[in-house]
Ligand binder design. Structure first.
Ligand SMILES: [Zn+2]
Length: 410
């Protein structure tokens, strides 16, 4: 172990090289105007080829809108002494867009190394390139150790996580369910804290709604001739946010934040000019609800609130679910959680904290297969924002932690 940990400490330069080469290949979904993961995957496969895996293959999803006409998914395995089960490290290659460029202090798609020689800035360095780096460094460490681990080490580098997994994990589950063995275990480093203390074992259910408010378009100087869909939609958004938060207000300290969340998010453009009263207005809400509430209950409440707006503003309100994921939890006493907690104490030198979160990682799908998954890593937890950053030393600790788990799994 000590020898392996020593080797890991020497990998900072390689971690930086990997991060640099990923950051300049922005893998943004074609759904939001990007080219997809093709270039990034090509680069990563070249790096994976340098490691003596026993299996290395693709399960690419066809997608005409993406560069290369595919959304790549790369799978690699290094066999253990017991080949019947695998500890999988799952990471996603895609990143979200940079957002408002004026808020960035550096070019988001050109990695910047801080003068402390440890902090790095760039879109994706935390979400989820750190996990990609951790997976590659772990495999390199194990393969170069000259010893077979107790069980297989597997790596999945997947596409399309930020936009719903259709071409990534969901495609893999549909096309190659045989990859997921009945005794397999999963570490997903897509959530975490700077001390590496948190072990995420449960996620809230994710519900995304699209609301369409239809009124009547007219000139803004004669509003009496129309029905203002934007005004009705604004009122609907406020009533929904307040109404849902008040109705579904249970607290649970396992989760952070400790309540179900209901957030107004995306808005579609309505009219192109200021002097038109919009006849249609479309907005979205992101809801993360505790497993104790059903989506039917939430939809019933939405229906009631929508009725009040229809009555008050004489408009029509329709809504639909655009995302609906419910998730089981991984039991706290599962061997994976125990080994991970032990690793947190040994490597990060802190007392582990078992938590639930708002959701949105691969873990939901894995847990719904009845397989154990833990989510954790040493990160600042600043995904999707401007000036996304992490530390190279964080990923080295993550690698040590995974190696510890792999060699201590019973
Ligand atoms: Zn992510």
């Amino acid at each position: 172990m000590e020898k392996m940990f020593n080797n890991i400490s020497k990998m900072k330069g390689y971690a930086l090289e990997l991060q640099k080469n990923m950051t300049c290949r922005p893998a943004i979904s074609p759904k939001v105007g990007g080219k997809g993961e093709y270039q990034k995957a090509l680069y990563l496969e070249g790096e994976l080829n340098k490691i003596k895996f026993d299996e290395l293959f693709h399960v690419d999803a066809p997608d005409d809108t993406a560069e290369g006409n595919i959304r790549p998914n790369i799978i690699a395995k290094y066999y253990g002494q017991d080949k019947s089960k695998t500890l999988w490290l799952m990471a996603h290659m895609d990143v979200v867009a940079a957002g408002d460029l004026s808020l960035w202090k550096t070019n988001p798609f050109e990695l910047t190394l801080d003068k402390d020689k440890d902090t790095i800035y760039g879109r994706g360095v935390e979400d989820n390139q750190q996990a990609v780096v951790a997976a590659i460094l772990t495999a390199k460490t194990i393969a170069e150790s000259g010893k077979r681990p107790p069980i297989n080490l597997g790596i999945m580098l997947l596409s399309d996580e930020e936009e719903g997994n259709e071409y990534g994990l969901e495609y893999l589950l549909k096309e190659r369910p045989d990859i997921f063995g009945k005794d397999d275990l999963f570490i997903i480093q897509d959530c975490g804290d700077p001390e590496g203390r948190e072990i995420e074992i449960a996620e809230k259910s994710t519900l995304w709604f699209k609301f369409t408010v239809t009124g009547k378009q007219c000139h803004a100087s004669i509003p009496n001739l129309g029905r203002n869909a934007a005004e009705a939609a604004a009122n609907l958004a406020v009533r929904l946010t307040e109404g849902l938060r008040n109705k579904f207000n249970k607290q649970d300290p396992l989760f952070s934040p400790d309540v179900s969340t209901f957030e107004l998010t995306k808005k579609e453009a309505n009219v192109p000019i200021v002097n038109i009263i919009p006849g249609t207005d479309v907005f979205y809400m992101d809801c993360r609800i505790f497993p104790c509430y059903s989506k039917e209950e939430v939809m019933e409440e939405i229906e009631k609130i929508a009725d009040t707006v229809e009555n008050d503003f004489k408009v029509k309100v329709t809504f639909e679910k655009v995302m609906n994921i419910s998730s089981k939890a991984t039991p706290q006493d599962s061997p994976l959680v125990k080994a991970y907690a032990e690793a947190v104490r040994a490597v990060n030198k802190v007392e582990p904290k078992i938590i639930g979160v708002g959701g949105g990682t691969f873990a939901a799908d894995i847990r719904n297969l009845g397989l154990p998954a833990v989510v954790g890593s040493k990160i600042y937890s600043n995904p999707h924002g401007p000036n996304e950053r992490t530390r190279l030393s964080f990923v080295l600790d993550d690698v040590k932690l995974i190696v510890y788990v792999l060699t201590h799994l019973k």
